[in-house]
Ligand binder design. Structure first.
Ligand code: S3P
Length: 434
């Protein structure tokens, strides 16, 4: 699927379960591999990103079986059971896989190398390699601090106390994971709350994580116990349908079994402030994570100033939120979001180019964007720059367009949401994939 063509108009309706949570799926493979005993994962995201993690652990000698859809059985090898892979570990498009694995590999006895695709090869890695080096790791990057990463094995690690410069769950997780092999305690303090799936899942696998305000600490030398992980649907994938249903008059969708961890629900908070009608039904806890069904009814939206404290809590949802902002009355302003420039693409510039191509008035700023809301979009052509979330966000824009929207370079939708096109069609989008 390289090009998506979406005919204008339509209404979203129905009950659907979107793809499994990407962040939790990566972590389930990693912790399951390092645990003692069997880990049974259900709801696993069979997207390319998480499959890259799965293949990397297979390449390090971990028996991993894929049973039914979304079902994975991992025979954990324990904290000291990984073996040297035969060649470089290819992380594809996945920043999460590369950064978290870098933390794991820093504690191993063998040398390893992490590589990625063109987009990943441009992304900043010093944010993980610098603190890991302080712990005693030896990691080489390419010039400019980008991949490939060469990790020297057999380096003893020391626990550390590290205050993160950027609010990044990937960096926090890499350090906590490396801390499992370090001597003493490793404590990470974050400047703002970020997703805490690593902390929650470590606890589920029997590792004590001390959490005090913005700081999380683990002690080295512990062991992980395998078990069952039920992965909820990904709120980041659900976000496209939340926005689509909000902006297309007459829409009504129920998104089933979605992870609603409070470190991920910024998109609900922001859309509600814009006037969206979103309800959480049957809130429950599954494998240590809050889960709910999410009901969305279309509603008129208004522009807002997005509170900066919501930025890390909605970091992956801004492409979808920008589409909502373009359909709102008045202006929406985002600030404090420079991290968006180093995601799978520069999501501020690429979204602004796409919005402009569809006739939306917007102004790019170094750390955000101003979007003038209006009645909807004109048709046009979008370059997604290989960024899955840009592609899916603009597919939803067609619901409020007056002519077809054609989106190019969409293959990477398969990294996070392989059945997006089918589900979107079933729910009411007039979409064709070529
Ligand atoms: C992720 C953390 C976020 C997010 C990414 C997944 C994770 O990245 O953008 O898609 O699973 O830890 P940062 O931590 O770099 O912000």
């Amino acid at each position: 699927m390289d090009t998506l063509t979406v005919q204008p108009g339509g209404v979203l309706s129905g009950t659907l379960r979107v793809a499994g949570d990407k962040s939790i799926s990566h972590r389930a493979i990693m912790l399951g591999a390092l645990a003692e005993g069997t880990t049974h994962v259900t709801g696993f995201l069979e997207g390319e990103d998480c499959l890259a993690t799965l293949e990397a652990f297979r390449a390090m000698g971990v028996p991993i079986r894929r049973e039914g859809p979304g079902e994975v059985i991992i025979e954990g090898v324990g904290m000291h059971g990984l073996r040297a892979p035969e060649g470089p570990l290819d992380m594809g498009n996945s920043g999460t896989a590369m950064r978290l694995l870098c933390g794991v590999l820093a504690g191993q006895a063998f040398d390893s190398e992490l590589t990625g695709d063109t987009s990943l090869s441009r992304r900043p890695m010093r944010r993980v390699t610098e603190p890991l080096t302080r712990m005693g790791a030896q990691i080489d990057t390419a010039e400019g601090g980008t991949p490939p990463l060469r990790v020297r094995g057999g380096q003893p690690l020391q626990g550390t106390e590290y205050a993160l410069e950027v609010a990044s769950a990937q960096v926090k997780s890499a350090l906590l994971l490396a801390g499992l092999w370090a001597e003493g305690r490793t404590c990470v303090t974050e400047p703002a709350p970020t997703r805490d799936h690593t902390e929650r899942m470590l606890e589920g696998f029997g590792v004590e994580v001390e959490r005090d305000g913005a700081t999380a600490c683990v002690a080295g030398g512990g062991r992980l116990r395998g078990g069952d992980v039920d992965v909820p649907a990904d709120i980041s994938s659900a976000a496209f349908f939340m926005v689509g249903a909000s902006i297309a008059p007459g829409s009504h969708v129920i998104l089933r079994h979605v992870g609603v961890n409070p470190t991920r629900t910024g998109v609900i908070e922001i859309l509600r402030r814009m006037g969206a009608d979103i309800r959480l039904l049957d809130l429950r806890e599954v494998s240590g994570e809050p889960v709910a069904d999410i009901e969305v009814l279309s509603h008129e939206l208004r522009g807002i100033e997005i509170p900066e404290d919501q930025v890390p809590l909605a970091i992956d949802e801004f492409p979808a939120i920008f589409i909502a902002a373009a359909c709102a009355h008045g202006e929406t302003v985002l600030t404090g979001a420079e991290e968006l420039r180093v995601k799978e693409s520069d999501r501020i510039q690429v979204m602004a180019d796409g919005l402009a191509a569809l006739g939306v008035d917007c102004e790019v700023r170094p750390d955000g964007i101003r979007i003038q809301g209006g009645d909807g979009f004109q048709g046009g052509e979008i370059q997604s720059h290989g960024d899955h979330r840009i592609a899916m966000a603009f597919a939803m824009a067609a619901l409020r367009a007056d002519a077809p929207v054609t989106i190019h370079d969409c293959r990477n939708v398969a990294t996070s949401f392989p059945d997006f096109a089918d589900l979107a069609r079933q729910t009411g989008l007039h979409l064709e994939a070529q």
